[in-house]
Write a protein that binds this ligand. Structure first.
Ligand code: NAD
Length: 355
């Protein structure tokens, strides 16, 4: 029997395709009837942003380029001030998650609509989640005002993204997709997006590693990143993200590689209680078994087997267990008691075969 579900659809228009940032962006901006656009791009992406905006240069009222990672509050304040001074009626962001995040910070207080043109695989452009940092403290929140009203996905813009960054944000997207199968607000629609996201990322990651300038691999990765962000926005984060968040925060481990190492272990742990998820993930990866399929993909991408290779000490496994235990989601498919959690983290630390 079909289970009951609730699906909070994330609204927003999406235009996807190679070359669309040059052929469709002007029309998308025109749909907002905006006369005074605030263009937001980091210094590095400014030339790209300017060339994309050239066909409607008369509508660009100001440009903000002081983008910094994780949106420091003073950067948000400066960007808001510029939006007000310029009398902006639309925000156009061209860049990665840090740039989208800066536009979101402005939208949060001004309510201005955002048109986002992502150039990485972060996925922030399809979530209503904002984040800002004050010193080392990060604050996040959910507000529909920050969700971009239109996203233009053009894989050509990602051709210049270095391979290591591409692998890192692509693997992060993979973690969003896999986790969406058991995250707290999962439903058949987010699962559908996650499964197709895994399929696209599973194809795109090795293809981009082998041929960073290949159009098909880049399109697969960007499409997968879009689906991953969409699934994550709906389903939320579960056991895997709780573990990675704690490990990253406490031991300063690199984000993407930590995700890639831990993910097959969480999947192996949950799979017996979520056989449908395991079947669908395996199918999407084109493998007989989801856990070995994911582990092999990580190996192929050069991800180390265990957290020990990232510098985590065995003596920190207990500390990690203590940090994660109180945050474990109550509705994880399989009950996570302390010994099981410790065994999972220890296996990820040692790099033993998952399961
Ligand atoms: P980023 O935006 O900081 O970009 C990383 C680097 O890549 C920068 O130096 C940038 O100039 C460069 N770059 C971007 N596009 C490029 C391209 N096409 N070619 C060459 N270089 C390029 O990093 P990110 O990974 O995109 O985003 C990370 C940030 O996004 C974090 O702050 C994270 O918390 C946030 N994020 C938020 C959400 C959300 O839902 N709110 C989701 C995912 C990530």
């Amino acid at each position: 029997m079909r289970e009951q579900f609730t699906y909070d659809a994330v609204a927003g228009r999406v235009v996807f395709g190679a070359g669309t940032a040059r052929t469709a962006l002007a029309d998308e901006v025109a749909r907002f009837d905006a006369a005074r656009v605030l263009l937001i791009a980091s210094e590095q992406e400014e030339p790209l942003a300017r060339s994309l905006a050239a066909p409607f240069a008369e509508r660009i009222a100001a440009t903000f380029t002081a983008v910094r990672p994780h949106v420091p509050t003073e950067v948000a304040a400066d960007a808001r001030e510029l939006a007000t001074a310029a009398g902006a009626d639309l925000l156009l962001s061209v860049g990665g998650g840090s740039t989208t995040g800066t536009a979101k910070a402005v939208a949060l207080t001004t309510g201005l609509p955002i048109v986002a043109v992502p150039t990485t695989y972060a996925g922030s452009e399809v979530t209503p989640v904002w984040g800002m940092t004050e010193g080392a403290r990060k604050t996040t929140g959910v507000d529909q005002r920050v969700l971009p009203r239109c996203v233009v996905y053009d894989p050509e813009l990602t051709l210049t993204l270095p391979v290591d960054l591409s692998m890192a944000s692509g693997l992060n997207a993979m973690a969003h997709c896999v986790e969406a199968f058991w995250a707290p607000r999962r439903n058949p629609i987010s699962t559908l997006m996650a499964e197709e996201g895994i399929r696209a990322l599973g194809r795109g990651l090795p293809a981009v590693l082998d041929e960073p300038g290949g159009a098909d691999g880049r399109a697969d990765l960007l499409y997968g990143a879009y689906l991953a962000g969409s699934a994550f926005a709906v389903a939320g984060s579960g056991l895997h993200h709780k573990i990675c968040h704690a490990l990253g925060g406490a031991f300063d481990l690199p984000h993407a590689r930590t995700h890639a190492i831990v993910l097959p272990h969480v999947l192996a742990f949950n799979a017996p209680a979520a056989p449908d998820a395991a079947d669908r993930i395996a199918r999407a990866l084109g493998r007989a078994d989801a856990v070995t399929g994911l582990a092999e993909l990580s190996r192929r991408l050069g991800i180390p087997a265990g957290l020990r290779e990232l510098g985590m000490l065995e003596s920190q496994v207990d500390e990690a267990t203590d940090l994660v235990a109180p945050t474990v989601p109550a509705d994880n498919p399989r009950r996570v008691d302390r010994p099981a959690l410790r065994a999972l983290i220890h296996a990820a630390w040692a790099g033993s075969p998952p399961g």
